[in-house]
Design a protein around this ligand. Sequence first.
Ligand SMILES: C[S@@+](CC[C@H](N)C(=O)[O-])C[C@H]1O[C@@H](n2cnc3c(N)ncnc32)[C@H](O)[C@@H]1O
Length: 273
Amino acid sequence: MVNSKPTDARTGEVEWFTDPDGLFGNGYYETQVVALSPERTRREVGFLLDHAGLAPGDRVLDIPCGHGRHAVELAQRGIHVTGVDLSQPALARAAAASWEAGVDLRLEQQDTREASLEARFDWAITLFNSLGYGEKTDDRATLRRIASALKPDGALILEESNLEYTARLIEREEHLRDGVYVTDYAYRGVWDQPVYHMHVWNPETRRMQVHVLWWGEDGVMRETLADIRAYSFEELSGLLEDAGLRTVATWGDYDGSALEPESKQVIIKAQLA
Ligand SMILES: C[S@@+](CC[C@H](N)C(=O)[O-])C[C@H]1O[C@@H](n2cnc3c(N)ncnc32)[C@H](O)[C@@H]1O
């Protein structure tokens, strides 16, 4: 049988984040959607309007948009949203959610690293740890594509976990095993099924391996491995700069509070340099 999965041109291997059978196939929705509650999404979208400056009538590029949680909420507030993601299951869910909510979304299946986008957006939003899946060169390519989609006075809102906070939480003696830090936890997923997470954090590479084990709607057990790089604020600013974007504002939480070393999140507003 021919393997039709997309592969990395450099290594010829299937990348975990573009693998249709991987976490970002159905797994992301089935294991994460409970944590990504409508209240949480409303709070995040509230920040975009009240603190970042998005306004009804604006054109917003949600990249990657996942299952459209921000896109639908923004469209309900009179914003014109284009969502880009590579995951077909995620885009199908976004389309269904927009239909249910009675709003129009433009959805495009594209790889963010080589996305073809017109420079017509007032805003781009890249939310919820959507960088660090591959190598730095992948993130540079994605940010360059995003920069190319902004109008001259447009801006990107980027949100990632705060490396300092994540490291402080995990790098505790009781989690240390042979030079890496291991933590695990379990919760109930979208079908009320158990979802198990095991995280292996390597402080040297600053990469977190995330092993997820869960049951699908068909009752069959699935498992997947993600491998995500965490960036410091300085590294994120550097990547943005490489893409022709300069940091013009920062926050440490969706409540609009200032960025501090102990902030859980790093939220950056960047404009064309
Ligand atoms: C953590 S989710 C975040 C989605 C959304 N921003 C949210 O807050 O729910 C990351 C998304 O990135 C998408 N993705 C990962 N690599 C991609 C790539 N190279 N091109 C397009 N989408 C990609 C995945 O399919 C997934 O939907």
